[in-house]
Structure formats: C-alpha cells, structure tokens
Design a protein around this ligand. Structure first.
Ligand code: ADP
Ligand code: ASP
Ligand code: MG
Length: 405
C-alpha cells in the first residue's frame, strides 16, 4: 500500500492497444491497494510530427505557439487513458499542466518547473480516483502553456512524485532499465541494477536519453526513489540511488554519445586580456550555450579558441562569432557540424588513474582522431567525427570490460 507515480513514455502509449495495456498495469497497481498517479508522454512520433508541421509553415516558429502546439500530444494521451480506465470500471481523472498546476518559468520549449501545486491531485486521490497527468507541460506565471524540453515527461513525473511525497516513481519505457550503453547501439550492453544520482546525471547529460537530466536533478534534490523499467514485461529495472558501494568498484559505469553539438574555431586571436570574454559574451547574449572550450597558445602572442554549441544554434553562432572575430582582430572562423561527443562515466575514476590513457589508446587503435577533450571528476569526453560515434561507443564498452558475457 502506498502512493505510486508511474510515468509511461511514447512507445509505451504508442497506440490504442498499448494504452489499454498501460490501463491494465495501472489498474493492477491500484487493485493492490495503492493510490496511483500516472504521468504520460505523447504517443511516440507525435511530438516530432507536430514540430515538422510547424517547420513547414515557418523556419522560426513563434516559441509560445510551439508550446501551445506541442502540449497537445500529451493532452491526447491523458484523455485516452482516462477513457480506457473508466471503461474498465475505474474512476479516473486527467489533468493538464495548468490544471495541476505545474508552475514553470517562462522559458518556452525548455521551461523549468518552479512549483507543483498538487491540491487538485490530492483531492482526486482522496476521492479514490486514478489520476492521469499530462507530462512535458506546465504553465508560467502569466498563464502561458510551457513545455519542459524533449524528454520532459520524466521530469514532470519526478516533480509530481516529489510534491506528493510519493513512495515510488516508476519510469516505464521501451528498454528494461538503464544500461552500460544504449542497448540499441551496443548489443552487449548490460542492464545496471542501480545507478547513483551522480553517474546518472552525467550519463543523462551526455546522451543516455532514457532519463531527462532534470528528472535526475529533481530526484537527487528531493530524494525521490526512481525505478526505470520496461512497460513491456514485469522485470525489475534499474534503481536510481544516492550511493551504492558496488558502483564504487566499477571503474566505468557507462559509455554514452551525443551528436547534438557543433564545433567552432576562431584562429589567431590576439592573446590579450578580454578577448575570450568578448567572444563568449557575444554568444551568451544571443542566448546560446557553450559546452566544451579549449584554447591553444601559438607563437607570437596568438591563440586559437575552439568551442562547441548546440547544432540547432550553430548557424546563428557562426554569424555572431564571425562578427566578433573581426572586432577583436582574429584571423578566421571555421566550423564543423559533423561531430559527436563520446564519454565514459564512473565514480571509480575518482580513485584510479589511466582511464584517459586507455580511452585515447582505444580510439587511436581504430584510427579515430580526437578533436577535443574534456573531463570531470567522474567523466571523460572526447569529440570525434560524427561517423565514428557508434563505433567509438562499442570499442570503449569492450575496452572497459563492460560487455555482457
Ligand atoms: P520514452 O519514450 O519511454 O521516454 P526514450 O526514447 O526517451 O523513451 O528513452 C528510452 C531510450 O533511451 C531507449 O530506447 C534507448 O535506446 C535509449 N538509451 C540511450 N542510452 C541508454 C542507456 N544507457 N540505457 C538505456 N537506454 C538508453
Ligand atoms: N513528448 C515529449 C517528447 O517527445 C516529452 C516526452 O516524451 O517526455 O519529447
Ligand atoms: Mg523519454
């Protein structure tokens, strides 16, 4: 007996049969004596399709209107699930973000949850209803519909679980849990029984889209027990935990990659105070975030600055940087959108040396050139040519002894 939040992703609610399957699983949890709050994504492919339609009409669709549009995907699935549950004889009530109310800031398409005012959910639960909440959406202080960024339903679920003090937040998806690498790319990837918040934060931010990074931040901050598992079977999945002694012994817990960044290099920048500030202020002023940065010193007081930006901002960033480069007297600006960032993550790195050397030599053995490197206490990332992302992931997975038997 408890209060359980269950989130079902796009494939899990991909068609009407799947929605009926979800209804059965929800009903089973309810029949076992639990209060159940369900958080849903849109049917798989729907959010992409909505974006494509807007892009046919405009190359820069209005962000507020995009949020109004994208929120419709989840509006459809919550109503359908409530209808399916009612048909099975259960009392069910759907809620949209503004009805809960999931209050966010006004950053359209990447809004952050500020507060979950869950009284309407509590009232419905007290009335013995199964509650079905639209994931991915909220409302800002002015009443505008907002969305939380791709994969945002995970964050909605964990935030709702935190607000209700739920006993468990189950994230139902189309794989059996969190793996040592994307199981669709690395066939020998192994399912992890548990993953610490620290490692999951790194893996999510570096490409493991099985959990949106903000959901992990929320879970860590509010101590929400998160269980990632499949909606297609009854297997135990992966627990996201504060600390795990077994993990300490694992040098590398996971290998991930992202293809979402592009690289920009400014060559022969005068090596004097303030130039880097000028380049990065101009980029920041345009609302573009920068990830990796390297600066190389050349002879005769010149330096090269290379950094990465999201591919979606690449063209805008190039224009801005070319203008700034002229102002500061740099020689030229070059860019490359065909890159990928491959990363290895694990808390064991804190106490072991040689991880970087092993990563670099493994890539070198397959003639994969490393263009940029960045590290944290528990992670090493290398930028490589985009075409090598999957291969790099596979060979690193083997090199660090992660392959399943
Ligand atoms: P949902 O629609 O259920 O939210 P997502 O597509 O957002 O599902 O996330 C699940 C997908 O994440 C899986 O199908 C898998 O391909 C991908 N993935 C990437 N890295 C990992 C990983 N390390 N472990 C598990 N899945 C991963
Ligand atoms: N439907 C949204 C997306 O496709 C949110 C989610 O699935 O979590 O990104
Ligand atoms: Mg997802």
């Amino acid at each position: 007996m408890g209060l359980i939040v269950q989130k079902y992703g796009g494939t899990s609610v991909g068609d009407l049969v799947r929605i009926q399957e979800v209804a059965k699983r929800v009903a089973k949890t309810y029949d076992a004596g639990n209060q159940v709050v369900v958080v849903l994504s849109a049917m798989s492919g729907v959010t992409d399709h909505l974006i494509q339609m807007a892009e046919v009409l405009s190359d820069k669709p209005n962000k507020r209107e995009m949020d109004v549009l994208l929120a419709t995907g989840e509006q459809t699935t919550v109503a359908l699930l409530a209808i399916a549950l009612e048909k099975m004889g259960y009392k069910a009530q759907s809620f949209l973000g503004h009805q809960v109310r999931i209050l966010t800031n006004n950053a359209a398409q990447s809004a952050r949850i500020l507060d979950v005012q869950a009284d309407p959910i509590k009232d419905a639960l007290a009335d013995n209803a199964i509650v079905v909440v639209a994931g991915f959406q909220g409302v800002d202080g002015c009443g505008n519909i907002t969305t939380l960024g791709r994969g945002g339903s995970d964050t909605s679920a964990v935030a709702v679980a935190a607000a209700l003090g739920a006993d468990s937040c189950e994230i139902y998806t189309d794989v059996d849990g969190v793996y040592t690498a994307d199981p669709r790319v690395v066939s020998k990837a192994r399912k992890l029984k548990c993953v610490t918040h620290d490692v999951m934060l790194e893996m999510s931010s570096l490409g493991a889209k099985v959990l949106q990074i903000r959901s992990v931040e929320f879970a860590a901050k509010h101590n929400v027990p998160v269980h990632v598992r499949s909606s297609f079977n009854e297997e135990e999945g992966t627990m996201i935990v504060c600390e795990d002694r077994d993990m300490e012994r694992m040098l590398v817990a996971g290998v991930t990659f992202v293809k979402t960044d592009a690289r920009i290099t400014v060559t022969k920048v005068p090596d004097e105070p303030g130039v880097a500030a000028k380049v990065f202020s101009a980029v920041a002023d345009a609302g573009i975030s920068v990830d990796m940065i390297i600066q190389n010193t050349r002879a005769s007081n010149m330096t090269d600055i290379t950094f990465t930006v999201p591919k979606t901002d690449y063209k805008d960033a190039l224009v801005i940087v070319e203008k700034t480069a002229k102002e500061i007297g740099a020689e030229s600006v070059a860019g490359d959108a065909n890159i990928a960032k491959v990363s290895v993550t694990g808390v064991g790195m804190k106490s072991h040396h040689g991880v970087a050397a092993k990563m670099f030599s493994t890539l070198a053995a397959k003639s994969i050139n490393i263009m940029m490197i960045s590290t944290s206490e528990i992670r090493i990332s290398c930028v490589v040519e985009e075409k090598y992302a999957e291969l790099a992931c596979q060979i690193l997975h083997t090199a660090f002894g992660l392959d399943a038997d």
